[in-house]
Design a protein. Structure first.
Length: 318
């Protein structure tokens, strides 16, 4: 957990553990005597998270470039593909990229295309919570295929559904928000708070982590508001929240294109944000948030899924 000290702080969209993909792929190749391992990458090119499509793919492919000799066909467009990837003596071929829209039906349609039509052995992805739930159920019927979750932070795929051929190398949304509730309780004196969270699996998981933490130490959540993912007009949902002064603060679990839009709606209703009265999950300090969101909440506490180790600024090192 960290406090957002600089509006330039952001988290990479695709901190994917591609080394894990390579490792699993190699074992598949050995067991099937395959001449190559066929890999697919599934992310979103439409919907609330479309803005990170190329960056997401680039994150997944970075380890291939660093550790497996992969060469990008176009450095400015990761989806153009890579050549020369080799793990040990086994070539790795990226056979295709999925184009999701943060919905389960599209995720399954694209996963089937990648795994059944393009014959991928391993899929890295998907990006979002409901997509991962759907893919986990699909994976149960494809025991010879391997699925490595991309950035999806819903708990269900590995905690409840848990197919033996699906792996996650990062925390889930609840884990990412560990201690956020305790910090605002102890440092900011919050006792009563409201929470607004996206009405889908990642929003529920992320919000549950905050609520459990805050209530366990003695806090009280007086109101829960659930806008659907891809909402464009947040005014009706902001009006469901308690007015400033009636609670000590607000937890925000609204992601993608909705983060900035929901905060703007709050400002339109109640005026400029007080950073000490607002705390958010990773979307407060996420890709693009450095320009639109973070300047409004400098000083707020933020959950997340990484420490941005590549940042060299003094603020990032604190």
């Amino acid at each position: 957990m960290r406090r957002l000290r600089s509006w330039k702080l952001l988290l990479p969209l695709a901190a994917l553990v591609a080394v894990g993909s390579v490792s699993v792929s190699g074992s598949l190749a050995a067991s099937s005597q395959a001449s190559e391992v066929r890999v697919a990458i599934m992310t979103d090119c439409k919907g609330a998270f479309a803005f990170g499509y190329e960056l997401d793919i680039g994150g997944a492919q970075a380890a291939f470039a660093q550790y497996a000799g992969g060469k990008p066909k176009n450095r400015k467009k990761p989806s153009a593909g890579m050549t020369g990837i080799k793990v040990g003596n086994t070539p790795v071929n990226i056979v295709g990229y999925g184009c999701g829209d943060d919905t389960a039906p599209t995720a399954i349609k694209e996963t089937r295309r990648l795994m059944e039509q393009l014959k991928a052995d391993v899929m890295v992805g998907p990006l979002s919570g409901d997509e991962a739930v759907a893919v986990a159920n699909y994976a149960k019927g494809k025991p010879t295929k391997t699925f490595i979750i991309g950035t999806a932070g819903s708990q269900d795929p590995t905690l409840q559904i848990a197919p033996k051929n699906m792996f996650r190398y990062h925390g889930d949304g609840a884990q990412w928000n560990a201690a956020l509730g305790e910090i605002v309780y102890k440092r900011l004196g919050w006792r009563r708070a409201a929470i607004i969270m996206d009405d889908y699996s990642f929003g529920w998981t992320s919000g549950a982590g905050i609520i459990a933490d805050f209530c366990a130490i003695g806090g009280q959540i007086t109101k829960r508001v659930f806008p659907p993912l891809n909402t464009t007009d947040y005014a009706p949902y902001i009006r469901q929240l308690p007015r400033p002064g009636t609670v000590d603060g607000y937890f925000w679990v609204v992601g993608g294109t909705g983060t900035g839009a929901s905060l703007k709606a709050f400002e339109q209703a109640y005026g400029r944000l007080d950073p000490n009265q607002h705390a958010g999950n990773l979307f407060f300090a996420f890709l693009g948030a450095d320009k639109e969101v973070a300047p409004k909440v400098v000083g707020s506490y933020v959950g997340g899924f990484g420490t941005a180790p590549g940042l060299a600024s003094a603020q990032a090192k604190r």
